[in-house]
Design a protein around this ligand. Structure first.
Ligand SMILES: [Mn+2]
Length: 354
């Protein structure tokens, strides 16, 4: 326990300016001034398992490389993340409610719209991410920016553990494993790469998970229960916001265990948005729901032009809903939607001017 406590919680033995004691520390990291204070590793808001678990794993790696890093969360973790933390006996990181003036490493996002408040005034030192570059993050010094087209940020962090030749303890393996399983839907999502599979094969051994499918299902059962949550809380539990050409849009992801539960959830949340759309102050809203039995998924579209844009790239609509290809991730949906919305916004502006 002492060993784990040391790795997870304590300040580094070597100071930030004494990093040469770590033989495998990439020498270019000397170009980053982590200063004397704490560097906070934080994911997006609202957080998912990637954002929370990867922050824990990356902060632990940085500490072992001599950086005074600590994991923080941008908001309350969801039930799936809480399950993973409890399973591996780890405490939830503290909340970072304002990033201004702080040294920051961003994981799992690259835009202010998804970041902790005050990030515009933070000192961003690194970005470790697997999303397309929608970001508006600007920095005063060069950063270590690592973006890879893999299924999960933890896959990148796993790779960094290999590169730095830092051993991965059980609890940290458990965090990275949980993040990858969550982001890739147990390696089923269209975003999954061989590197994610390689990481999972290594991490499940190190985490002592003998039945990965059972562990994944237990995590998802917690998430999909949406215990005690209102319609609005469910809608915003895994939600991301974007802006393109002056059009703001949000995409929520919700998961159900069975096709029956997916249909029920579609109806429940659909009724809620239909009533509350106007007060959400977004130009367009999208709700993606999939179930973990068949991996069938649908996306419902709300707001002027939303369905029109979606039909162009995602297929035929039934009312305001489109059936998606199996295993299609939100990331891919957004990647397809974004240029359509950009065009729509440009044409709309032209029409208004004419
Ligand atoms: Mn992620």
């Amino acid at each position: 326990m002492f060993f784990i406590g040391l790795l997870l919680c304590s300040a580094p033995v070597a100071g930030a300016n004494n990093r040469q004691s770590n033989i495998n520390y990439p020498s270019f990291m000397q170009g980053i001034d982590y200063g004397k204070g704490v560097t906070y590793v934080v994911g997006h808001n609202p957080p998912d398992s990637d954002s929370v678990c990867t922050a824990i794993a990356y902060a632990s790696l940085k500490r072992q490389l001599g950086v005074n890093a600590e994991a923080r969360i941008a908001g309350l973790p969801n039930a799936e993340t809480t399950y993973a933390l409890n399973y591996f006996g780890l405490r939830e990181p503290l909340l970072l409610d304002d990033a201004s003036g702080k040294n920051i490493i961003l994981v799992d996002h690259n835009s202010f719209a998804q970041a902790v408040k005050g990030m515009e005034k933070a000192n961003v030192l690194e970005i470790i991410d697997h999303h397309n570059l929608i970001g508006d993050v600007k920095t005063s010094a060069p950063v270590y920016y690592r973006n890879m087209p893999v299924g999960c940020t933890s896959t990148i962090v796993w790779l960094e553990y290999q590169e730095a030749q830092v051993p991965i303890i059980k609890e940290i393996a458990g965090m990275m494993l949980s993040a990858i399983l969550s982001d890739t839907d147990n390696l089923q999502s269209s975003t999954t790469t061989d590197l994610d599979r390689q990481a999972v094969a290594d991490l499940e051994k190190k985490a002592g998970i003998k039945n990965r499918n059972a562990y994944f299902l237990a995590m998802e059962e917690e998430l999909a229960a949406y215990k005690g949550m209102s319609d609005k809380e469910i809608f915003y539990s895994d939600y991301k916001e974007f802006t393109i050409n002056g059009i703001s849009y949000g995409c929520a992801t919700v998961v159900a265990l069975t096709p029956e539960k997916r249909i029920a959830l579609e109806k429940r949340l659909g009724d809620w948005i239909a009533k509350n759309y106007a007060s959400q102050k977004m130009d367009m809203l999208f709700l993606k729901i999939h179930d973990l039995e068949t991996y069938a998924a649908t996306i419902s579209c709300y707001g002027d032009g939303a369905l029109e844009c979606a039909v162009h790239v995602l297929g035929k609509a039934d009312a305001n809903r489109i059936a998606l290809d199996k295993n299609m991730s939100r990331k891919k949906v957004v990647r397809l939607l974004q240029p359509q919305i950009a065009n729509w916004a440009a044409n709309n502006a032209k029409n208004k001017a004419a």
